[in-house]
Design a protein around this ligand. Structure first.
Ligand SMILES: [Zn+2]
Ligand SMILES: [Zn+2]
Length: 314
């Protein structure tokens, strides 16, 4: 992914050179509804043509072009000349693009279970055993099932500040209409679709509850923090506790944990050259003490799932 230093404006001060941290790059890329729909279509339905995505998503061509360019730049897709067609190209997933499959399955599973439009999502099937339905999260090191409470999140405040300060991206609320893709993944993107929301959700998953604690870790303005906490509360991800002083995750919010875990795991894969402590937050599995290397496990036959053994059926 692009690791070049970028000169950006931070607040009202002078321009400073900031290279977006790897996790910030992941949030920017994969925290976008249309991008997730593009990847899903490519992965599930083998869509590879610009015109097919236009037809399926209803996105304006310029918007689709910008998302495909970002996927090309980040190395998730490659463009190949279409055989026999002059000046036409297909967009194909690379190995790195295919490696988002566990993240996509987690987004799909959450959306299917926790959002009103869930039943529009295709059904997930483990071909080897025929089991239909969402898989569970497991630790590759010890094989146990992992819930949010079984993981410890190590946050280096310096990485978080870098994640949030470098190149600001639009928040999901100000995203222009992107057509029918708006109908999909809108709820989950409210929670993971911009850096601040994603970081607040990540900290809440690691057990942070107090306003002041969020603020001191994130070095965020009270106004911005209040706005994100309010949005996440309205979205049913957080709720107020202890007389309104604490923000705790709802069951719906806790269910975002696999998405968060696979975002971090994919980020590590996308940046093999970056030392692990500089990638962003680190997850450990408390029971085995190992860094959490997450996997998906079939609830039907208990096998760890491989990309080639799963299908989505409408
Ligand atoms: Zn473990
Ligand atoms: Zn199975």
């Amino acid at each position: 992914m692009g690791s070049a230093m970028k000169v950006v404006h931070v607040g009202e001060g002078d321009p400073v050179a900031v290279s977006p941290s790897p996790i910030a790059q992941t949030i920017d890329l994969l925290g976008d509804r249309l991008t997730v729909v593009i990847l899903r279509d490519a992965f599930v339905d083998h869509v590879r043509r610009f015109s097919d995505w236009i037809e399926r998503t209803g996105a304006p061509p310029a918007v689709l072009t910008s998302r495909l360019s970002a996927l090309l730049d980040a190395g998730l897709m490659e463009r190949r000349p279409r055989p026999g067609a002059y000046d036409r190209h297909d967009y194909l997933l690379t190995e790195l693009g295919l490696a988002t499959w566990e993240f996509l399955v987690s987004v799909w599973s959450w959306q299917r279970e926790w959002s009103p439009e869930g039943l529009l999502q295709p059904e997930f099937v483990h071909e080897d055993c025929g089991h239909r339905g969402p898989p569970e999260l497991a630790c590759r090191a010890c094989g146990r099932t992992v819930k949010a409470r079984d993981a410890h999140l190590e946050v280096d405040p310096a990485t978080l500040v870098l994640a949030a300060r470098s190149r600001r991206r639009r928040s999901s609320r100000s995203t222009p209409d992107i057509g029918r893709a708006d109908l999909q993944f809108s709820v989950v993107m409210e929670a993971i679709g911009d850096r601040w929301s994603a970081l607040v959700t990540g900290l809440a998953l690691s057990g942070v509850r107090r306003f002041g604690e969020f603020q001191s870790i994130l070095k965020i303005s009270p106004t911005t923090l209040t706005e994100r906490l309010t949005r996440l509360t309205e979205g049913g991800v957080l709720c107020r506790a202890d007389g309104g002083r604490d923000y705790v995750l709802t069951p719906r919010g806790r269910a975002l944990f696999p998405i968060f875990a696979f975002q971090l795991a994919w980020t590590r894969r996308a940046h093999p050259e970056v030392p692990v402590e500089q990638l962003g937050p680190l997850l450990h599995h408390v029971e085995c003490g190992q860094p959490l290397w997450p996997a998906l496990r079939c609830r039907g036959c208990d096998a760890i799932l491989e990309r080639t053994s799963v299908v989505f059926e409408p």
